[in-house]
Design a protein around this ligand. Structure first.
Ligand code: F6R
Length: 616
């Protein structure tokens, strides 16, 4: 949700600002802008509505250069996408430029105070209060820039990651963080800031993860950190292990397609990390320690997450109940935080998030912690806020996910739940070693099964060509494939803008059956064949067929029943019910992908969406 970058050093900041913003464009693409302190100390701002390419064109026509510089790509929250609302924002005199990711909640009262003092605002944004506030604090003189920033931030309430440059100050710029992600890249005689690591991966290998409440003063020679009250804090520099190529498209037409194809490798790597040669699951030390301490007492498991990660949580809940035998529930971060929850003692919270920065997930985890819960997080981004606020982690290690629609992070979340629940079942003594071996052996076959589905891409594309013009689509699944029906519908909606509903197949007759006619594609998840819910799915297929719905059935390769009812079938390798979800979702990712492509949508940057939702 908005991306920010910044640079100070001997080079012209502009090429890095553009390159960094390109890598962050997945966070928002309503507008883009930069501010650069030129060699003569003057501060120049350039901004354009729409995609970053518009800003690039403007810079090609009229170049800017200098250092330090800051940049921003916007996902609009306060104020429509327009040039005036684009960042960077300036004070009245054009001496302070600010880029911001987050929301200043008390901006209206701050703005009213400043307007009463004569400040004139240009935009409708919450951000613009910050440069004006800093200007106001600097007015009487005697305060340094960093002191003014700290004072302004003591007055501002809300969430922010900030980059700030001042006119006439070519040897320093500033950054601050509270609630929104921000990292500092430490170079040799140059420093960077960015909303996430991939933006600076090909520039530096050392980073500082800024903590909430810290203000950074960046100079070419180094970084100093202070708290809002001015006390210094230690600078902890960490090595980045990600490789730059991980954030490139590697020849694929989109990041999403690349990420779909990465899934066999990602899942194999996760298995290799956690399953030993005897087929036993071992988690990281902190997770092992947490489970060893908590397992004897856990009464309940609560899974908290949003969006796609919520569907992964629904899947996890089924495994907790089936394999671990502990009552479990899932909730959306955005609901849990407002529902006055009552949690039994010894509730273990499992938080699921690709980014580790989703505001609602973080708020719900914080609420659960105030109620005494321990938190284990399934998360993809190392150093993220969620991981730092959790007692233990199961990192999904899927690598940077740039496509806005989540794919590889989702399947990695599903596999993480499998590993976690097998381990918990073993620790609880309700799963034998032999069963564990059996389950991990079957799990090891999943990457190949996914590979086989990927080989069917051309068939899946051909089927999508028949349906992409339909207005609606229905996705049906049961039990372990119910969350997958929801995820398939979400994927389709978000990237192709074709309306889609995911439903528990058994619920169809309670309402959605009214939608069925010869124009409605109904995607039915009918695997595995040897399963008690399979026959129930067959009954649902009959109900759809009787009403002339157009059935697209995902079936096992040896299926001979379901295919009899379907206009189109997509065969997938057979596995156990618990793992069929991981295989079936690949079909739905590709189906949504080709629907979106046929409909001419911008797949990596679907309209109105942003990759990580760091605001409520
Ligand atoms: C959908 C999608 C979103 C995210 C949701 C939570 O493709 O990506 O629904 O799953 O915004 O994000 P994270 O997992 O970063 O907490």
């Amino acid at each position: 949700m908005c991306g920010i970058v910044g640079y100070i050093g001997p080079q012209n900041a502009v090429p890095f600002l553009i390159e960094g913003l390109k890598r962050l464009e997945y966070r928002g693409y309503d507008s883009a802008g930069i501010a650069v302190c030129q060699a003569d100390g003057s501060l120049s701002v350039r901004k354009q509505v729409g995609r970053l390419s518009n800003l690039e064109e403007s810079l090609d026509a009229e170049p800017l250069s200098g250092s330090p510089g800051i940049g921003h790509t916007r996902w609009a929250t306060h104020g429509e996408p327009s040039t005036l609302n684009s960042h960077p924002h300036l004070d009245c005199s054009g001496r302070v430029a600010v880029v911001h990711n987050g929301i200043i909640e008390n901006y209206l009262s701050l703005r009213a105070d400043l307007e009463a003092k004569g400040h004139v605002f240009q935009s409708q944004t919450d951000t613009e209060v910050l440069p004006h506030l800093i200007e106001e604090i600097l007015k009487p003189g005697g305060k340094s820039h960093v002191e003014a920033i700290r004072e302004a931030l003591r007055l501002a309430k809300g969430a922010y990651a900030l980059g700030i440059v001042f006119q006439g100050e070519t040897d320093a710029f500033y950054a601050a963080r509270c609630g929104s992600p921000l990292i500092i890249g430490v170079g040799d005689g140059e420093q960077f800031i960015a909303s996430d690591v991939p933006a600076i991966l090909n520039r530096v290998k050392k980073v500082i993860y800024l903590n909430d409440g810290e203000v950074a003063e960046l100079r070419p020679s180094g970084v100093t950190l202070t708290r809002l009250d001015g006390t210094p804090t230690a600078v902890v520099v960490q090595e980045v292990t990600l490789r730059a190529e991980a954030a490139e498209r590697a020849g694929f037409e989109t990041f999403m397609l690349k990420e779909i194809y990465e899934q066999p490798r990602v899942l194999r790597a996760l298995l290799d990390t956690h399953v030993d040669k005897n087929g036993a699951v071992r988690l990281d030390e902190d997770a092992e320690a947490l489970l060893a301490a908590e397992m004897p007492d856990i009464q309940r498991i609560l899974v908290l997450s949003c969006g796609t990660a919520y569907y992964a949580g629904m899947y996890g809940r089924l495994l907790f109940e089936r394999w671990v035998g502990i009552p479990s529930e899932t909730d959306l971060g955005s609901e849990f935080r407002y529902r006055e929850p009552r949690l039994p003692e010894h509730t273990l919270v499992i938080a699921v998030s690709q980014s580790g920065e989703t505001a609602d997930t973080l708020a719900s985890v914080r609420l659960a912690r105030t109620m005494g819960c321990k938190v284990l997080s399934i998360c993809n981004v190392a150093g993220s806020t969620l991981l730092r606020e959790s007692d233990a982690a199961l990192p999904t290690q899927a690598g940077p996910e740039i496509g806005v629609a989540s794919t590889k992070a989702f399947t990695a979340q599903l596999m993480a739940f499998v590993l976690l629940t097998i381990r918990m079942a073993r620790l609880r003594g309700i799963m034998s070693e032999a069963r564990e071996r059996e389950l991990t052996a079957e799990l090891a076959r999943i990457p190949n099964a996914i590979h086989r589905v990927l080989e069917r891409q051309a068939d899946i594309r051909a089927i999508s060509q028949k349906y992409y013009e339909c207005y609606n689509a229905l996705y049906l699944g049961r039990r372990f494939n119910y969350p997958i029906a929801l995820e398939g519908a979400l994927k389709n909606k978000e990237i192709s803008y074709q309306h889609a509903e995911g439903y528990a197949a058994g619920e169809m007759k309670h309402g959605p059956i009214a939608l069925i006619n010869e124009f409605l594609p109904v995607v039915c998840l009918c695997t595995p064949t040897a399963d008690e819910v399979y026959d129930k799915m067959i009954s649902n297929l009959k109900e759809v067929e009787a009403r002339k719905g157009r059935i697209i059935a995902v079936v096992t390769e040896r299926d001979d029943k379901a295919r009899a009812f379907a206009q189109d079938v997509i065969p997938v390798p057979e596995t156990i019910e618990e793992y069929s979800s991981i295989v079936n979702v690949i079909v739905l990712q590709l189906f949504a992908y080709h629907n979106a492509k046929a409909r001419g949508a911008d797949i990596d940057k679907p309209r109105n969406l942003a990759k990580s939702v760091t605001v409520e």
